[in-house]
Ligand binder design. Sequence first.
Ligand SMILES: Nc1ncnc2c1ncn2[C@@H]1O[C@H](COP(=O)(O)OP(=O)(O)O)[C@@H](O)[C@H]1O
Ligand SMILES: [Mg+2]
Length: 285
Amino acid sequence: MIQVPWAIPADLFCRTKVESTSAACSHDRLDPQAAGRAAPDADGSRSMDEPLLRVRGLEAGYGDVQVLWGIDLDVPRNTIVSIVGSNGAGKTTLLLTLSGMVRVTRGSWEFDGKDLTGRSASEIVKEGVSHVPEGRRLFKALSVRDNLLLGAYHRHDRPGILHDFDFVYSIFPILKERSTQDASTLSGGEQQMCAIGRGIMARPKLLIIDELSLGLAPAVAEALAESLLKIRAQNMSVLLVEQDVATAFEISDYGYVLDSGRVSLHGPSRELLEKSAVRDAYLGM
Ligand SMILES: Nc1ncnc2c1ncn2[C@@H]1O[C@H](COP(=O)(O)OP(=O)(O)O)[C@@H](O)[C@H]1O
Ligand SMILES: [Mg+2]
């Protein structure tokens, strides 16, 4: 049995292959209250019109190398916002900064009405931001189910965790079939599903995804893009970095173009798709 140093009840983890039975990994029934728990702002004190994420004048980099130069960006509630830009534009750096893994040197960002500038990565997760990193970074010696469960490491609500398992398996049924398999045996697309699923298991208000479809076949990329619409429908916003600009702007509500660490264009995604600067630079039209 895996020793679990966190809050998740240890019996939720799968047993090792030798010990495992389907019963050991089977789910309890859904908690009917769980969907209600996902509703944002139960205290009613904040305006639902205020963006979930508000970034202002953000600057960050690595040591003496400054990468981000005064980023302003909003993610409204229950929306998908995409960020595109060429290699080295600073997309990953921006996402890492918003996850507490790169230090902010100037500017600030607020999340759900709270200033999270300078907060640690674990505090940021607890506030409701979950990061699906570029390259997926699954734990290769663990089963699919245990990888998913690691996303919920800070949670105590067993019924809610089981509810979210069911949601993940409903949008990615292949993960349910593969739940007891070692994550290293998954295909690239399945690994990305598992990484997104792990992000969802944190029950975030904002899911940050770096390079959704990099290296994946078009049909897989399309399925992943469609899953984001189902995630949005569960009261989660998505901040997406995606190299396929057409797909990014087709599925998102709002888009940003990053150029050398600065926002060079932003607007409703459909409008951005029509702009010649986007069509010439990214769509080859
Ligand atoms: N760990 C690092 N140390 C120093 N420079 C880095 C590091 N990671 C990224 N960079 C630099 O930051 C810039 C932006 O990189 P990145 O945010 O990864 O861009 P993108 O995701 O848009 O391709 C690049 O010039 C890159 O070389
Ligand atoms: Mg990147």
